[in-house]
Design a protein around this ligand. Structure first.
Ligand code: AMP
Length: 410
């Protein structure tokens, strides 16, 4: 008698950007990583693939032009095959794709077919930088393994529970609806993962806790999560709204746009570039890396200090706003590059909020660790936590759960 074939447990997670593909191969039997890598500068000179096998073997780097996403994924497949982890492996259960914009239609991970791809395509006008690259990545992966379930995990999905009062802009309803203008929110897999991990850290079920999640990376967003459901988030129609970011302005008076058109003669595209690429920390002080900004502040640099103050002021404003939205807050969780590493940002954002039950313990805040941890003193009514995000694990979990239990697809 032959032993039954074990069901496949591996998931390849693909995050396809306009000129890059990030990937991770995970084994969902235990959530461990088998390989991680990145192809960058696709279609440009000096393309590079960096592949790291995590069960033995050295990191490998390939240089030379990678013409397009198809060539990039082919190279990734070759690297995985060289480690005995090829895409033809029967142990591969599915490929999970990060898709930035799922609009209102996609409220949960979704198995991709032509009709789903067409809908992702229809959303290109509201995500012109991201959805086209995601589509190319999906199409290429489908060609490589047409028989395998390909699952889209949407950045917007976690936020589809927002009530209309939070999601609607107060503009003419017919115009808004005709052009699908509303607040969608982004970084959803991170907000979902971190809010759940924060509940775990508190020893509670997600349904029992209200959490303010502060995802502070190069892109940054805040969310108010009540009992595991998102009730408000700071990014809107696009990932431009809300907090001050590395290169994005976050909130500005919309009149800035037509003022610049009329007074400075700038075009819509020029203003788009100004607000998305030449604003935020980089616009305020020339640097978007919080490490560099702190170093400059230590040397007495006034512009760096101003950038830090504007960044923290906005953050504090959102903490207060979401405190009011939630009514009761159990935890404030910091995550992503800045949130996980920049103790001065955490300290400054929480400073002065003692009346709200919020405080940071200086010693706990100074600890460097990859683990989720509480940094508020014992007496504080609200926990302040640092919770490392893991968007790839979350995408793999959602992908694997869907493939195993298709009933959960909405
Ligand atoms: P992410 O988009 O989550 O990868 O975050 C990237 C950003 O995190 C960088 O631009 C830095 O501003 C910030 N960052 C990363 N490491 C540190 C660190 N050790 N201290 C302060 N900020 C950091």
């Amino acid at each position: 008698m032959t032993a039954p074939t074990p069901s496949p447990t591996r998931v390849l997670v693909l995050n396809s950007g306009s000129s890059s593909v990030k990937y991770q191969l995970l084994d969902m039997a235990d959530g461990s990583r088998l390989a991680v890598g990145l192809v960058e500068r696709i279609g440009e000179e000096g393309s590079r693939l960096v592949h790291t096998p995590l069960r033995g073997g050295e990191k490998r780097v390939r240089s030379g032009t990678v013409a397009d996403h198809a060539a990039a994924l082919k190279a990734v497949a070759e690297e995985l095959a060289a480690d005995g982890l090829g895409l033809d492996s029967p142990e591969l259960a599915a490929i999970g794709h990060r898709v930035v914009h799922g609009g209102l239609r996609f409220t949960a991970p979704t198995v991709i077919d032509e009709e789903v791809l067409a809908e992702i395509e229809r959303l290109v006008p509201v995500a012109p930088l991201h959805n086209p690259a995601n589509i190319v990545g999906i199409r290429t992966a489908m060609t490589l393994r047409p028989d395998l379930p390909q699952v889209a995990v949407f950045d917007t999905a976690f936020h589809t529970t927002m009530p209309e009062a939070a999601a609607r802009y107060a503009i003419d309803v017919d115009t808004a609806d005709a052009y699908r203008i509303r607040r969608y929110g982004f970084h959803g897999t991170s907000h979902a993962y971190v809010s759940r991990e924060t509940a775990r850290l508190l020893g509670k079920a997600p349904e029992e806790v209200n959490v303010i999640v502060l995802h502070l990376g190069n892109g940054a967003s805040a969310s108010a999560v009540a009992g595991g459901r998102c009730v408000d988030t700071s990014m809107g129609l696009t990932p431009l709204e809300g907090l001050v970011m590395g290169t994005r302005s976050g909130d500005v008076d919309p009149a800035v746009t037509f003022h610049l058109m009329r007074v400075a003669g700038m075009t819509a595209d020029e203003i788009d570039t100004l607000l998305n690429k030449r604003s935020g920390l980089v616009g305020l002080c020339g640097d978007n890396d919080m490490r560099e900004i702190r170093r400059r502040i230590d040397e007495g640099d006034q512009r760096a200090a101003l950038a830090f103050d504007v960044y923290v002021h906005r953050l504090k404003k959102y903490i207060g706003a979401y405190y009011a939205v939630l009514g009761r807050v159990d935890a404030v969780a910091f995550t992503a590059g800045v949130g996980e590493n920049a103790a001065p940002v955490r300290e400054a954002a929480i400073a002065g909020l003692e009346e709200l039950g919020l405080a940071v313990d200086a010693d706990l805040n100074a600890v460097r660790s990859d683990e989720a941890r509480i940094i508020s003193p014992e007496y504080a009514r609200v926990a302040v936590a640092v919770v490392p995000t893991d968007e790839e694990l979350e995408i793999a979990r959602q992908t694997f759960a869907l493939v195993h239990d298709p009933a959960q697809e909405k």
